[in-house]
Design a protein around this ligand. Structure first.
Ligand code: GLY
Length: 420
């Protein structure tokens, strides 16, 4: 089978590596891919928003399955765009993708279906927001409604920060804003919980804990993710049962009540307090770097899972081995602010990996056979072993071996479970 993957990050390289193991694969195309995917697949220079060219390419190259990595094409309706073809597109359709595309859409579902989440209010203009903030109790969370590439969420400790956030959102920092969301601040510890859905049924496909802040001890600016570990230390069956019954089942029913179904990965971003789950956000894709951390634990043929999901027949029991997985992200110095681009990463090809070790490319590109850093998050180092401490030590040794002078990374990923 010829397969296409849309995206260019570490998540897509991890998916590409995993499906490459399947006996059913003939050829993989990555649209557009990165330097890592170019070694195991063919990269195709088409912009991910150019649905027409993607469709033509898939038809010309007899692609039978198209896997969509990032949220933007899903929210823009790529699944619906392929409806007149026989190509199976893995991911939710445009209506279902609103679970990530509009935070207000999701909050309204939470109210209607009694999904536990923080209390919220929606505002349509800056004046009403300011009036509310002037007598509100802080901290509060202020969010732009639509996609904002991981930004657009402000944790405000006082009215000054609240007004800055509201001004920035209504000022168009994240695109034209017709409204914004003000939420109570949730106490607790975060956990990312993943399921894969076939339109009717779903199966659990792992948990992880992400470290989003740039600095050790979870300090400093927010990033796309500096690393994570899987499984989350918070996971237990009682909690999983609550997540399924109180959050996932009602949300999937809500999508059904809209006259459609949910098919694809569902990433449930949670705050856990006293072993109770509260929904922070849904994402309609795998997490990044959670995906890179979880897929090495997966024992199934991932292609079979994707195909069965697209056919509405997800019968395979998903099996994750019980090893401990850690991913550390090697970033360009300066990230998440300004950083230099097109810096060569020398010596990467000389690093030999053991069976339990992986390097997934994120922000890299190949130019004249040289691997260059093209993004802020550059490489994802993953190790799985019997315990988290060994996995982390293993990765740090690998990163030190590479010794990339333009890079930095957090050495404390998983500290809440390792350094206790
Ligand atoms: N790890 C956070 C995200 O994928 O959105």
């Amino acid at each position: 089978m010829n397969v296409g993957i849309i995206g260019s990050g570490g998540r897509e390289h991890a998916i590409c590596s995993k499906i490459k193991e399947s006996a059913r694969i003939s050829k993989i195309y990555c649209i557009p891919g990165n330097a890592g995917t170019s070694k195991i697949a063919s990269n195709v220079e088409i912009k991910i928003e150019d649905f027409k060219s993607i469709k033509n390419f898939c038809l010309e190259n007899k692609i039978e399955l198209l896997i969509v990595g990032p949220e933007q094409p899903l929210v823009n309706g790529i699944v619906d765009y392929f409806i007149d073809t026989k190509i199976k597109v893995f991911g939710p359709n445009k209506i279902a993708s609103q679970l990530e595309g509009s935070k207000i859409f999701t909050k309204k579902i939470c109210s209607k279906y009694k999904i536990p989440t923080s209390n919220f209010k929606i505002f349509e203009n800056i004046n009403d927001t300011k009036v509310f903030l002037s007598s509100a109790k802080f901290p509060l969370v202020i969010k732009s409604d639509g996609l904002a590439a991981g930004k657009g969420v402000y944790i405000c400790k006082d009215i000054k920060e609240g007004i800055t956030a509201a001004n920035e959102i209504f000022g168009g920092k994240f695109g034209i804003a017709e409204n914004l969301l003000v939420e109570d601040f949730l106490e607790g510890e975060e956990m990312s919980y993943f399921v894969i859905c076939d339109g009717e049924n779903y199966q659990f496909i792992g948990t992880a804990q992400d470290h989003k802040r740039v600095g050790e001890g979870d300090k400093g600016k927010n990033t796309g993710g500096m690393g994570c570990y899987s499984p989350s230390r918070l996971f237990n069956q009682e909690l999983a049962d609550k997540i399924n019954s109180e959050i996932i089942n009602p949300a999937l029913n809500a999508i059904k009540d809209l006259g459609t179904t949910y098919r694809g990965f569902l990433y449930v971003g949670l705050m856990i307090k006293d072993n109770n789950p509260y929904l922070v956000e849904f994402n309609v894709r795998m997490g990044d770097p959670e995906c890179q951390t979880i897929l090495p634990l997966l024992e199934n043929d991932l292609i079979e899972i994707f195909v069965n999901c697209c056919l509405g027949k997800l019968k395979n029991k998903i099996r994750l081995n019980d090893k401990k997985s850690i991913c550390i992200v090697l970033c360009s110095k300066g990230y998440p602010d300004e950083y230099k681009k097109n810096i060569p990463i020398l010596g990467l090809n000389n690093i030999s990996l053991k069976q339990n070790e992986y390097i997934f490319h994120a922000g890299t590109k190949l130019e004249d056979n040289n691997i260059l850093a093209s993004g802020g998050r550059v490489l994802n180092f993953v190790s799985i072993s019997e315990n988290f401490k060994n996995s982390r030590e293993d990765i740090i040794k690998l990163i030190n071996k590479l010794n990339w002078k333009n890079g930095f990374f957090r050495k404390d990923i998983g500290y809440k479970i390792i350094d206790v």
